[in-house]
Design a protein. Structure first.
Length: 90
């Protein structure tokens, strides 16, 4: 998973820098709309640390935290696909 996290982090930091801005955060976390992100945030269902920056509007997150989360999601998907594929041959 570390290789995936490194790749995802490089992509995110080259695009956004250290902190992913509100305009992109909801997309990078896989939400369909900003409203669905805000609802999940209000229900404490965001799986990365999200914070505010004084003088700025909206929520931010560290690129590293998002990259680790994305790598985890990707690795779990691959593992589940392997299990499902293997089970179909029984």
């Amino acid at each position: 998973m570390t290789d995936f996290a490194s790749e995802f982090e490089m992509r995110l930091t080259s695009r956004y820098g250290e902190f992913v801005p509100p305009s992109a955060l909801w997309k990078e976390l896989g939400f369909a709309t900003p409203a669905s992100f805000r609802k999940a945030l209000s229900q404490d269902r965001i799986e990365v640390a999200v914070f505010e920056i004084a003088g700025r509007r909206g929520s931010f997150a560290r690129a590293l935290d998002i990259a680790r989360w994305q790598a985890s999601v990707y690795a779990n998907r691959r593992q589940n696909a392997r299990v499902a594929h293997g089970a179909s041959h029984l």
